[in-house]
Design a protein around this ligand. Structure first.
Ligand SMILES: C[S@@+](CC[C@H](N)C(=O)[O-])C[C@H]1O[C@@H](n2cnc3c(N)ncnc32)[C@H](O)[C@@H]1O
Length: 376
């Protein structure tokens, strides 16, 4: 992600601080990948620690309904890191007088920044799917004096009543860019959205909408955003982590630790692998045995296939691979990795996307490339 630069978002972030938009209860990391609530009233110091500086703040878990008395399981709304917010706004390039659609109001902070940028001659519409979050954001934005029209609804449909828009920004990730956004943007309008496959969900797409309802753009390295609810396949991990390696097929990979690291890192090969295994979910975990020790899991839910590899990035080669189910997911991922090596190890910025009413196609280098993938 590019850092904020000359377009002045950094100054704007200082003018419109995030803190007033944050709720009284935020969520911090708890044991075993759970999330624990921290209350501003009861624990002001921890609340301040969790919300200061350049860090994301989780503002909702489990769609607002965590199991009573239990820790939260899945973050479902957050205020992003200020540098990430600035980088996305920089990519969007909203200007005074623009009409802007935001999908994913969350706390309302990003919408307030946009409202400040477009000024009194512009307008900002922000759509939030969660009614409680939308109501809170509406009232916090009003208190802050930010002129934002908050709509409760599914942002996948955009908001046709406010169209056309000069700029559209999503703050939840998609695997398919809703064509409604293309239809509701002006010709020459810009769409910025986190984009990703199930394998690699940490890139940003920036598209420009052309005259015939065709949008075209490129990717850049980004951050992992929560999925747009309407494109979410599940809330809680359906695959679990207790994989029965004893009954799985065992092999030894001939890749070395650095290769495997490249296979799971977006700015390296993971983006390209995801294009070839789009519905295969990749999870990796830094192990207690050290930061460079990863457990990599691949899952394909509908065929019940999975693969597990235990890798020490600094320890040569020869790692155990376990695979089960109809597909050999690790072998497929290694084939995709070798394709990436054989094609000059392209980074995410060498890939682009073309969207029409009929299809979404990702390509390497240019739209006419022989290397392209239908996505969505
Ligand atoms: C990362 S948070 C948004 C951060 C927000 N822009 C801010 O400044 O705080 C993502 C938000 O997208 C919302 N969301 C998810 N799916 C949505 C959908 N289909 N339509 C509208 N909002 C959605 C979530 O409820 C969540 O509040």
């Amino acid at each position: 992600m590019t850092a904020p630069h000359a377009t002045g978002w950094r100054e704007l972030l200082a003018d419109v601080p995030r803190e007033p938009f944050l709720p009284d209860v935020v969520w911090i990391d708890g044991p075993d990948r759970t999330f624990l609530p921290v209350s501003r009233q009861r624990d002001p110091q921890r609340w301040a620690d969790a919300t200061c500086g350049d860090q994301p703040v989780i503002t909702q878990v489990d769609d607002g309904a965590p199991p009573p008395g239990q820790p939260g399981v899945v973050p479902t709304s957050s205020a992003s890191m200020p540098t990430v917010v600035a980088g996305m706004l920089d990519a969007l390039g909203a200007e005074a007088g623009h009409a802007v659609l935001e999908v994913g109001t969350g706390t309302g902070w990003n919408a307030a920044l946009l409202a400040r940028r477009v000024g009194p001659t512009g307008r900002v519409v922000s759509v939030e799917v969660d009614p409680a979050l939308a109501d809170t954001a509406r009232s916090v934005l009003a208190t802050a004096g930010a002129n934002v029209d908050v709509i409760t609804g599914d942002g996948e449909r955009g908001y046709p009543d406010g169209a056309p828009y000069d700029r559209i920004i999503a703050t939840a990730s998609v695997r398919a860019i809703p064509f409604a956004w293309v239809q509701q943007a002006r010709t020459g309008g810009v769409i910025v959205t986190p984009w990703g496959t199930d394998y690699c969900n940490s890139t940003l797409a920036r598209l420009v909408v052309g005259p015939a309802g065709v949008a075209f753009g490129r990717f850049r390295d980004g951050y992992s955003f929560m999925r747009l609810r309407s494109q979410r396949r599940y809330l809680v991990n359906p695959d679990g982590t207790d994989l029965d390696t004893a009954s799985a097929e065992h092999s030894i990979t001939d890749l070395d630790g650095r290769d495997v690291y490249r296979m799971i890192t977006a700015s390296e090969a993971a983006f390209a692998i995801g294009l070839r295994l789009p519905d295969c979910r990749m999870l990796f975990e830094e192990d207690r045995r050290g930061q460079r020790h990863h457990t990599v899991e691949l899952h394909h839910s509908s065929s019940g296939s999975w693969a597990l590899v235990d890798v020490d990035v600094d320890r040569g080669r020869g790692f155990d691979v376990y695979q089960a189910g109809a597909r050999r997911l690790w072998d497929e991922a290694v084939d995709a990795y070798r394709w990436w090596l054989a094609h000059d190890t392209p980074g995410v910025e060498r890939f682009g996307i073309t969207i029409t009413a009929a299809s979404q196609v990702v390509w390497l280098n240019d739209p006419a490339s022989e290397h392209h993938w239908i996505v969505g």
